[in-house]
Design a protein around this ligand. Structure first.
Ligand SMILES: [Zn+2]
Length: 543
């Protein structure tokens, strides 16, 4: 062997090393995802436009399969219709066969944008009072049901039309009432019945948007539609919490809505769905963590095309590092009852000027239990103006206060309560001033007495800066997530001595240093934007 050959062999070894390492990494994430999909399945969507751009030929399909395997995606949704574009049957069927042959679960999807007569509101939304539009809608679902056994409906399945026909059809009803009735009826008659007629095995999924405080105003009726559809999914795209353009959503919103709809949907609850828009790596993976922490059975990465562009690749790279931890997180929370402060949001309740206040309260380190009903059996409760939807509010409140339970109400609700209720010593008022986001300005010192009062029924005390969320999972697990860009200290005191140990930290290079003495866990440092899960047992027992 001369020098040239030697160099060539070395080059070959180095090169093959380069190629082998990512490939075997991909293999292991794919294997891991296959092994864990019973607890958490990872999926992506090919929009109808993605189908045209990426799945029309075998080379594009090969690339897509490779990307999915490297990302732990084992379930793909292949969309038939979006934005008045219908993907061709041949392309859809070929893509479906290829993914099935490669070991994927495959479903269909429909996005009801540009379906027919335009709404007087948002132009991509339709007027569903209009018969020809209903007819076109029916044809889209018949077509999709003839190809797929599961159909997800993306979250444009609503209307904000106020045309003359809608005005006339609505009569004396409010827009919310009319639209809820209309969308429920059109869902039954033009989606579910025709799809099931074409394909008796078909399951149709209604995916609710993330804007839960406005569902009823645009025709999402979460109780009736959840009963009517086979499965429900949840939009958990909080995006960048500091971005004006993307709505300045608190990260906790993904958790709140997934848990709240999970309480309504029960066994029908499927996955959560988020996207990369306006995010960077840290905020992108926070969406995944909140979705999984909220007991979603699946998480959908919207969408293949968007994840190949702009911030998508860096986001996905970071997510891949967290996927093994997300599987662990899913196992830690699966099916366990939450402990903490009941946070009822009655279905179809109006938010007035307290839009999404639950999300911000969750950011304060108050462990919430999202629920659709005010249940007087709760040991503590948080009630904003939404609670006015419950006709028995005053008597329920009276009963809970009389039983000595701490109740935290917003100033907006307090102003609408009878004076006797307002004066009760167990009632605490949270000053929101019609600006829920302003709660994020509360200092650690201001938060301490609120947390102490509200957690007293459990004998728990939690101390941390703002934007450090606390989750009490079952009777053996706590999760703390630091959403700040700075490291924080925190402490959690239990009523009884416990032995605690670290079960999980995300990101993979994050850290949570803590000591556990008697009943007190002292976090001396939690790194920025880090989730830590601890499991604990009473101190007398051992792990
Ligand atoms: Zn209309």
């Amino acid at each position: 062997m001369n020098e040239k050959h030697f160099v060539a062999i070395i080059a070959l070894v180095v090169l093959s090393g380069l190629f082998v390492t990512p490939a075997s990494g991909a293999e292991s994430l794919w294997d891991l995802a296959q092994q864990n999909k019973d607890v958490l399945r990872i999926s992506t969507l090919f929009t109808a436009q993605n189908v045209r751009a990426y799945l029309s030929g075998d080379k594009g399909i090969d690339d897509a399969i490779d990307w999915c395997k490297k990302t732990g995606v084992t379930h793909v949704f292949i969309e038939t219709f979006r934005g008045n574009y219908t993907a061709p049957r041949k392309t859809l069927e070929h893509a479906k066969e290829r993914f099935l042959a490669a070991g994927f679960d495959v479903s269909g999807c429909v996005t009801t944008t540009d379906v027919g007569k335009k709404s007087t509101g948002w132009k991509i939304i339709a007027c569903y009072t209009d018969e020809p539009t209903q007819q076109k809608l029916q044809e889209i679902f018949e077509y999709t049901a003839s190809i797929f056994d599961e159909i997800m409906i993306d979250d444009f399945w609503f209307t904000d039309c106020e045309c003359d026909a809608c005005q006339q059809a609505r009569g004396q009803r409010s827009w919310a009432e009319y639209r809820c009735d209309l969308m429920t009826r059109v869902s039954r008659q033009r989606v579910l019945e025709p799809a099931r007629k074409v394909n008796p095995d078909v399951e149709v999924v209604i995916k609710y948007p993330q804007w839960y405080d406005n569902f009823h105003n645009r025709g999402y009726e979460v109780v009736q539609q959840t009963a009517d559809f086979d499965t429900i999914w949840v939009g958990t795209e909080t995006r960048d919490p500091d971005s004006q353009r993307w709505g300045r959503k608190a990260q906790y919103e993904a958790y709140f809505i997934m848990r709240w709809l999970g309480a309504i949907g029960g066994a029908k609850t499927g996955g959560g769905w988020f996207d990369p828009y306006g995010t960077h790596e840290d905020t992108y993976v926070e969406q995944a963590r909140q979705t999984v922490l909220a007991d979603a059975k699946e998480m959908l990465l919207f969408c293949y095309g968007s994840l190949l562009r702009e911030t998508g690749p860096a986001n996905v790279e970071k997510l891949r590092t967290e996927i093994p931890g997300l599987f662990k997180l899913a196992r830690l929370v699966r099916g366990k009852p939450l402990q903490g402060i009941a946070a009822p949001k009655p279905p179809n309740s109006d938010a007035h000027d307290e839009q999404y206040v639950y999300d911000f309260v969750g950011m304060l380190g108050l462990p919430l239990v999202p629920t659709p009903k005010i249940n007087t059996a709760a040991r503590a409760a948080f009630l904003p103006v939404h609670a006015l939807k419950d006709p028995q509010l005053n008597s329920k409140l009276g009963a809970m206060l009389a039983a000595g339970k701490p109740i935290l109400v917003t100033d907006g609700l307090a102003d609408r309560l009878p004076a006797s209720v307002k004066a009760d010593k167990n009632l605490h008022v949270l000053e929101v001033n019609g600006q829920p986001r302003s709660l994020l300005e509360l200092s650690r010192e201001e938060l301490r007495p609120i947390r102490d009062k509200m957690l007293a029924p459990w004998g728990i005390r939690f101390d941390a800066p703002n934007k450090v969320a606390l989750y009490l999972i079952g009777d053996d697990c706590i999760v703390v997530e630091n959403f700040n860009d700075e490291p924080v200290t925190a402490s959690l005191e239990f009523a009884q001595p416990v032995n605690a140990r670290q079960a999980l930290v995300l990101p993979v290079d994050g850290a949570a240093a803590f000591s556990c003495k008697a009943g007190k866990i002292d976090f001396t440092r939690i790194t920025p934007r880090t989730l830590v899960a601890l499991t604990y047992v009473p101190a007398r027992e051992t792990h």
